[in-house]
Write a protein that binds this ligand. Structure first.
Ligand code: MF3
Ligand code: CO
Ligand code: CO
Length: 255
């Protein structure tokens, strides 16, 4: 597949779908508490996306994924399937929301703490948020993807955490996953040069321990091999003529 450049109209559609995905995260935050199951979080998000936003939850039936959101708890790296698991004090989780509105995708995720955050959880969540932010702030025409991957990897490894290699950011638009692949590691001066009109995600998965992961038999859930904690944040970004625009900011306006 080739990289799709979005024209002004398409950029507006991406702004709308991006804002809606962020609104779901803004909405679900207050429901994250000890005693709620990930199935319940999924049901609340599904209802909000379908009945309030009149949008489509992109994960549902995507390559057979059975639910409307991804919930990745503690040592789950990504693509956790909502289920009976009940959240308890000290857990943390990534909630990953992708909505389709008027044919365009918006994709964003954040970390949420259940009850009182643990020091170890706060640490890896912070490193992964900083890494995403460092990557986003570099986005501009002419910058190369390898420069961004390198900066993200550098930050994470300098804090004695590790970057998952098997999953990456991605172009996004009419398709959920478009080219280019946005690796969260790499070498300066390599990779595709960014052009205005490109839209893609940056979503580094950061492990507190080693970088290696394992896919569970359900075919979706990715966990750290060493069972260390893992954290991820994600935004959808547009390359503009003079830099970038983050399309998935929530009501706070903060990255
Ligand atoms: N939202 C994820 C991403 O950031 C993809 C989830 S695919 C699913 O790319 F099928 F698990 F939903
Ligand atoms: Co994504
Ligand atoms: Co996502």
């Amino acid at each position: 597949m080739t990289v799709t450049l979005k024209n002004r109209e398409e950029q507006d559609c991406m702004r709308t779908s991006g804002r809606m995905a962020a609104e779901v995260l803004d909405m679900i935050g207050e429901h994250v508490a000890p005693g709620i199951s990930t199935n319940e979080l999924d049901a609340i998000c599904h209802d909000y996306i379908v009945n309030r936003q009149r949008a489509i939850p992109a994960p549902l039936d995507y390559r057979g994924f059975p639910k409307s959101i991804c919930t990745s708890v503690n040592h789950v790296v990504c693509h956790g399937i909502p289920g009976e698991r009940v959240l308890k004090n000290g857990d943390f989780l990534n909630i990953d929301i992708t909505v389709i509105k008027d044919g365009f995708h918006g994709d964003t995720s954040r970390m949420f703490f259940v009850g009182k955050p643990t020091v170890a959880g706060q640490r890896v969540a912070k490193v992964s948020h900083e890494a995403m932010k460092i990557g986003i702030e570099m986005v501009a025409p002419g910058v190369r993807l390898g420069d961004i991957g390198h900066a993200i990897q550098q930050h994470v490894e300098s804090h004695r955490c590790s970057i998952v290699r098997e999953y990456c950011g991605h172009g996004i638009g009419r398709e959920f996953h478009e080219d280019p692949q946005v690796l969260h590691y790499g070498r300066c001066g390599t990779g595709m040069e960014l052009q205005s009109g490109m839209t893609f995600t940056i979503e580094p998965m950061v492990n507190a321990g080693r970088r290696h992961v394992k896919l569970l038999p359900d075919g979706w859930t990715v966990v750290t091999k060493d069972h260390s904690l893992s954290a991820q944040w994600e935004h959808t970004v547009l390359v503009t003529e003079d830099g970038h625009e983050v399309l998935t900011l929530g009501a706070s306006g903060e990255i």
